[in-house]
Design a protein around this ligand. Structure first.
Ligand code: ADP
Ligand code: MG
Length: 246
């Protein structure tokens, strides 16, 4: 169903990298406040797909509408979309030569045109929210992986996005740091953020996701509530995938 509650609408999206057909007609609708977890084998197109939602990747056929804005190659649309859609990557992607505080205030100052004082006030609130207020003046290299990823989440939130995309946010972390990042994401979900999360963290998916989707070879194979997805999937391909990760 496509209504005004649908904040992400992807319809029959196709993308090719040269001759390689990476997205083979993918359709997905995400409602406001919904948390969707995307799983699937490496190389199935998960990153490529979610990167189309904030115009980090172009697509060649189909339609993507984010909060009523059609994603075309019109640069004005791309700017508007980037402000609405925050993204967190596996490798944090923090600026190493800037402090934590500077990492978080950079875009609010230059893109949202906040004063430095306002941007810093917001950044401190966000650092408190992700539990690392005391790290504000440090450089990313001095922080643990889990702390760096929490800075990356705070940095994305500083643009006050309506949607957050997470691309394997805990895959690069040592096991003992996974939880602190998932806890922040869990809180964000509870506070009503619309989230699309690529992750193989089954516990998180079971507890937080409204829907879990399996992607394989550039197509969506199955979409179900976590309960059905993990205990009674309808597709053989899903059963096969789950047997590899569970
Ligand atoms: P996933 O995130 O599910 O692991 P990706 O979306 O990263 O999958 O990649 C899907 C496929 O597209 C892979 O086979 C990958 O090698 C290929 N691919 C990704 N990025 C590029 C690119 N820039 N140029 C060519 N092929 C790419
Ligand atoms: Mg990926």
């Amino acid at each position: 169903m496509i209504g005004k509650e649908s904040i992400i609408i992807a319809e029959n999206v196709h993308k090719w990298y040269g001759k390689f057909h990476v997205l083979q007609g993918v359709s997905l609708t995400v409602n406001r406040g919904e948390v969707v977890v995307l799983m699937g084998p490496s190389g199935s197109g998960k990153s490529t797909f979610i990167r189309t939602f904030n115009a980090l990747e172009e697509y060649q056929q189909g339609k993507i509408i984010i909060d009523g804005i059609t994603l075309s190659n019109d640069l004005r649309n791309i700017e508007a979309i980037r402000q609405e859609v925050g993204m967190v990557f596996q490798q944090f992607n923090l600026f190493p030569h800037l402090t934590v505080l500077q990492n978080i205030t950079l875009a609010p100052i230059w893109v949202r045109r906040l004063s430095k004082a306002k941007a810093e006030e917001l950044a401190m609130q966000l650092l408190e929210r992700v539990g690392i207020l005391e790290q504000a003046r440090k450089y990313p290299g001095k922080l643990s992986g889990g702390q760096q990823q929490r800075v990356a989440i705070a940095r994305a939130l500083a643009m006050q996005p309506k949607i957050m995309l997470f691309d394997e946010p805990t895959s690069a972390l040592d096991p003992e740091m996974v939880r602190e990042v998932l806890d922040v994401m869990r809180t964000l979900a509870r506070d009503g953020m619309t989230m699309v999360v690529v992750t193989h963290e089954v516990g998180f998916a079971r507890e937080v996701a409204d829907r879990v989707i399996l992607m394989d070879s550039g197509s969506l194979v199955e979409s179900a509530t976590p309960d059905i997805f993990f205990t009674n999937p309808q597709e053989d391909r899903t059963r096969q995938f789950l047997s590899q990760i569970l």
